[in-house]
Write a protein that binds this ligand. Sequence first.
Ligand code: DX5
Ligand code: ZN
Length: 228
Amino acid sequence: MSVLIAPSILSADFAGLGDAVARVERGGADLIHVDVMDGHFVPNITIGVPVVKSLRRIATVPLDVHLMIEDPDRYIEAFADAGAAMMSVHVEVLPHLHRTVHAIKALGVKAGVVLNPATPAATIQDIAADVDYVLVMSVNPGFGGQTFIPRSESKVREVRALLDGAGNGAPVEIDGGIDLHNISRVVAAGARMVVAGSAVFNTPDPERAVRELKAAALAAVPPVAVPR
Ligand code: DX5
Ligand code: ZN
């Protein structure tokens, strides 16, 4: 599998979301990462179902919806109806994670689970066979533009090993503080979906930023051994 780049619109100008999406799509964005925050699980409040619905009308790539909310079970159906292709939920808020993951899948949406920086990789051991992807947070969720937490690199390796151990080839996604300097390391560690917010939208040319991140990511994928 190659590496998918998922620009996070959190760092875009919300007055021009359509333009922001078009720009990153021109640069080769594979997904649009949508950060939903409720002011409870995380300190910030961002966007909700109506915005996802509008984005679905204009985006040509799938919407990757990251739910940083306290009670995701209440909202997964609404986000699915709004057009989320992928939805990830935090393990920290879900005592019945297995039920939630399967409820997301039953809606025809790819189901991801998210680990905060202080949540051990082993937390997902018993759900590893069921998930469509695992999102490793490389900052504490809540805001764009934070600094990458170095330990996240080995966390990606641990999650990859857990998924492999469960016989699940589902990709590992990474989110937080990713830029041109560290993207190679996280891809080499096994990340195959990479979220980037400020490294894309806090630049004069988001289209170019996506193109450069993607080139760096693809260059870092270890070569596959070709049998002779
Ligand atoms: C953080 C969000 C991220 C954020 C990434 O809580 O989940 O998706 O937008 O932004 P950067 O790439 O600036 O860290
Ligand atoms: Zn996110």
